[in-house]
Design a protein around this ligand. Structure first.
Ligand SMILES: Nc1ncnc2c1ncn2[C@@H]1O[C@H](COP(=O)(O)OP(=O)(O)OP(=O)(O)O)[C@@H](O)[C@H]1O
Ligand SMILES: [Mg+2]
Length: 243
């Protein structure tokens, strides 16, 4: 479903991704972990053509893009839905309208049908009761679930999550994680950047530890968390355990 081939990325002559190969199969949940600044967000954004690699090639659902070709970038972007740490909802629209928006403007779905689809998605993320509320009347966890429903409305083949719960108060985290878990159980292909290690262990087929711009180690949650091989990963896990 996703294939990264020898991906490199530099910002201002500083190489932050230094040659990454990664395959994500259909239905797989892959979690990227690593220290702050190790390049997780950059890598995820390249899967969505929001960031373009300096070198290498990205395939998503059979499409790839060239750095100088906007059209191929858009084709790749359409394959995936992205959920960020911040929700970026339209503040003047209700939850329902936020989910309907892309269906109407991008997918050209007629309004009654868009509403029908949006209601199904809001039910899926547990927000039917607040469908007519605007974002500022919703909790962070509710807003993030609207953002997930909005991404799902585009019918993506892959979902990309960049620290979806890190801006949330602790008591709101689980509702969002439950929605992501439900998607995993339905067979959605997903790449997740998270610091929620317990969640990563439960939901992931594969954990990828990024260190200094390369994949230092990857494998099953059992291997990564119980039998880390590299000193870098051992150190990273030790620091987490101390917190
Ligand atoms: N637009 C940019 N311009 C310049 N440097 C950038 C840009 N985006 C990222 N970087 C740099 O690239 C490196 C990797 O950043 P990235 O955001 O991918 O790390 P991360 O692993 O997601 O970190 P965090 O866990 O803090 O979110 C960092 O050194 C960062 O400063
Ligand atoms: Mg990041």
């Amino acid at each position: 479903m996703i294939e990264l081939k020898n991906i490199k990325k530099s910002f201002d002559n500083q190489e932050v991704i230094k040659g990454i190969d990664l395959t994500v199969d259909k239905g797989e949940v892959v979690t990227l972990i690593g220290r702050s600044g190790s390049g997780k967000t950059t890598l995820l954004r390249m899967m969505n053509a929001l960031e373009l690699p300096t070198d290498g090639i990205v395939y998503v659902n059979g499409s790839s893009y060239q750095n100088d070709d906007k059209k191929s970038q858009i084709t790749v972007r359409k394959q995936s839905g992205m959920v960020f740490q911040s929700y970026n909802l339209f503040p003047h629209k209700t939850a329902l309208e936020n989910v309907m928006e892309g269906l109407i403007t991008v997918k050209k779905v007629k309004k009654p049908e868009a509403e029908k689809q949006a209601l199904i998605l809001l039910e899926k993320v547990g927000l039917t009761a607040v469908k007519d509320q605007r974002p500022n009347a919703l909790s962070g966890g509710q807003q993030q679930r609207v953002a997930i429903a909005r991404a799902l409305a585009m019918n993506p083949k892959v979902m990309l999550f960049d620290e979806p719960t890190s801006a949330l108060d602790p008591e709101l985290v689980n509702d969002v994680l439950r929605v992501i878990k439900d998607l995993a159980n339905e067979g959605m292909t997903m790449v997740i950047v998270t610091h929620e290690m317990r969640f990563a262990r439960e939901v992931s087929n594969k954990i990828v530890f990024i260190h200094d711009g390369v994949i230092a180690e990857q494998g099953s949650p059992e291997k990564i968390f119980n039998h880390p091989e590299t000193t870098e990963l051992q150190k990273f896990l030790n620091i987490l355990n101390e917190v």
